[in-house]
Design a protein around this ligand. Structure first.
Ligand SMILES: *[C@@H]1O[C@H](CO)[C@@H](O)[C@H](O)[C@H]1NC(C)=O
Ligand SMILES: *[C@@H]1O[C@H](CO)[C@@H](O)[C@H](O)[C@H]1NC(C)=O
Ligand SMILES: *[C@@H]1O[C@H](CO)[C@@H](O)[C@H](O)[C@H]1NC(C)=O
Ligand SMILES: *[C@@H]1O[C@H](CO)[C@@H](O)[C@H](O)[C@H]1NC(C)=O
Ligand SMILES: *[C@@H]1O[C@H](CO)[C@@H](O)[C@H](O)[C@H]1NC(C)=O
Ligand SMILES: *[C@@H]1O[C@H](CO)[C@@H](O)[C@H](O)[C@H]1NC(C)=O
Ligand SMILES: *[C@@H]1O[C@H](CO)[C@@H](O)[C@H](O)[C@H]1NC(C)=O
Ligand SMILES: *[C@@H]1O[C@H](CO)[C@@H](O)[C@H](O)[C@H]1NC(C)=O
Ligand SMILES: *[C@@H]1O[C@H](CO)[C@@H](O)[C@H](O)[C@H]1NC(C)=O
Length: 431
């Protein structure tokens, strides 16, 4: 087998080079840095920080040896972020954000007072053992508290938040809020644009009047009762409305169609009854509609098929009845569609295939569900175009891709080796 030896190094060489194909292409994922206030300090500004806020930052244990305005601690991600304006001769602090605070941190009112009125944004993310500052500066435009202040059993009081009359952006999530209702908090917040009070044990009703500039409302997972007031439907700038997981009852107001800017709406897991109002079809940009887990009844309206932007539709676990008015080409346009858990609803077999696993029964010729109805609603039995998660499919392709290359190279290599052997052997004997 001597003639083979020259081809062996060649084989090894080719194999080695082929492994470079197999190396997965790792695209660097840039870590998102969300600055709470848009007016971040330009790095070029070299003015020193004003002495008064400097002292305040020191009292908060924020290292000020270097310019604290560019304070980006080496720990990644940074747990305290300070943002300043570009003022001259002295700069002022415009935003402060604490994440995963240490338990010995204490935020005094005096320190916050020294930072106002320039301080526009203050946020606490995951600071459960921190005590809330006794008084927040009324200069704040944005206030965020997420999973914080949990040692205090009553959480934040409505009156405490209500003092922040200059807020455009309020986010309180996974922090209990004790108040008799949202109206207490919003009473004087005449500039509010984005409102999140979620997972907060918030009780009471939705106020009868709301600020007309609201574009975002998330009141999900609270103890809100009563009906959806028509005042909410007058918010012509509202893009997102999330009232899911409350105890809201009554019907969806007919005037819901007045929310002409609405993109996302979830009313899921409440006690809503009655029909889906016709006016919903006139919401031109609605992409996300979740009405699941209520007691809505009547037929599923056909006009839903005319909603051009709709991508995510969840009607599961209601009391809809009759024939589902959707065909396969409409359902294919949706990324997510769920309709299970409606025992009086059925689908027309000549229009939709049973392979779609809609979680509802087939209709008989009178348009009534053929018994026995399928199993009770269960997310795995949903017809859910979104479940074929695009990213997971892509990942599979990626991990398969290099293997194909390796396979191809190996086959090519093997053929080449055989060709060489053949040529060598032929050179020996063919002549
Ligand atoms: C906060 O803690 C969580 C988990 O403990 C961690 O995933 C996250 O990166 C931390 N964030 C910061 C800004 O330190
Ligand atoms: C609210 O903001 C305005 C403009 O920035 C300011 O003049 C006013 O004093 C602030 N109100 C309070 C209560 O801080
Ligand atoms: C709503 O916003 C506009 C522009 O952002 C502003 O001019 C108007 O005063 C605001 N209205 C209220 C009631 O705050
Ligand atoms: C939530 O509110 C109810 C009454 O509204 C109260 O009894 C309960 O203690 C509160 N839970 C928390 C965690 O604050
Ligand atoms: C609507 O919901 C989707 C998916 O949860 C989200 O990506 C999008 O940002 C939301 N849009 C608005 C206006 O809240
Ligand atoms: C509404 O809030 C719930 C719980 O906070 C969340 O799971 C859901 O994605 C939100 N839906 C929309 C449409 O924003
Ligand atoms: C829907 O339910 C309401 C009560 O919740 C009832 O009055 C109404 O008759 C029902 N409508 C249909 C079409 O079943
Ligand atoms: C499916 O339904 C839509 C809306 O009702 C209709 O425009 C379209 O023609 C239907 N497609 C088929 C293949 O029947
Ligand atoms: C099912 O669809 C076919 C074809 O569109 C139609 O002729 C039939 O009447 C429908 N059946 C029911 C129960 O709606």
């Amino acid at each position: 087998m001597k003639p083979l030896s020259p081809s062996l190094p060649l084989l090894l060489l080719l194999l080695l080079s082929s492994t470079t194909f197999a190396a997965p292409s790792l695209s660097p994922t840039p870590s998102p840095t969300i600055s709470p206030i848009p007016r971040t300090s330009p790095r070029t500004s070299s003015s020193p920080l004003d002495p008064k806020p400097l002292k305040a930052l020191e009292s908060l244990n924020i290292p000020t040896a270097k310019n604290p305005c560019d304070h980006r601690p080496t720990s990644k991600p940074p747990s305290t972020v300070v943002t300043c304006d570009a003022g001259s001769p002295f700069r002022l602090v415009t935003s402060l954000s604490f994440t995963n605070c240490s338990s010995d941190l204490s935020i005094s009112s005096a320190a916050l007072r020294a930072l106002s009125p320039s301080l526009a944004s203050l946020s606490f993310l995951n600071c459960p053992s921190l005590s809330p500052p006794p008084r927040l500066p009324t200069s704040l435009r944005s206030f965020t508290a997420t999973s914080s202040f949990l040692r205090r059993r009553k959480g934040l009081s409505g009156v405490y938040l209500a003092r922040l009359v200059n807020l455009t952006d309020l986010t309180v999530s996974s922090v209990p809020v004790s108040t008799s209702g949202l109206f207490v908090i919003l009473g004087n917040m005449d500039k509010i644009v984005s409102l999140t009070v979620s997972h907060a044990n918030l009780s009471g009703n939705i106020p009868k009047s709301l600020h007309s500039n609201l574009t975002f409302i998330d009141l999900s997972d609270n103890l809100i009762k009563g009906s959806i007031p028509t005042s909410i439907t007058q918010l012509s700038n509202l893009k997102s409305l999330n009232l899911s997981s409350n105890s809201i009852s009554g019907e969806i107001p007919d005037s819901i169609g007045d929310l002409i800017s609405l993109k996302n709406m979830s009313l899921s897991s409440n006690k809503l009854s009655g029909p889906i109002p016709d006016s919903i079809s006139s919401l031109p940009d609605l992409t996300h509609l979740d009405l699941s887990g209520n007691q809505l009844n009547g037929t599923v309206p056909r006009f839903i098929t005319k909603m051009k932007s709709l991508k995510h539709l969840n009607l599961a676990n209601n009391n809809f009845r009759g024939v589902l008015p959707f065909n396969a080409s409409f359902l294919k346009k949706l990324e997510v569609f769920k309709v299970g858990g409606n025992s009086d609803l059925c689908y027309n077999r000549t229009v939709l295939s049973s392979k779609m696993k809609l979680g509802i029964a087939q209709c008989d010729k009178h348009g009534l569900p053929l018994s026995p109805p399928p199993q009770k609603e269960d997310s795995s039995s949903d017809y859910d175009y979104g479940s074929e998660d695009e990213t997971s499919v892509k990942k599979k392709e990626e991990s398969r891709g290099p293997n194909k290359v390796v396979l191809g190279v190996s086959i090519g290599l093997a053929s080449l080796v055989f060709l060489i052997i053949f040529l060598i052997l032929c050179a020996k004997w063919c002549g």
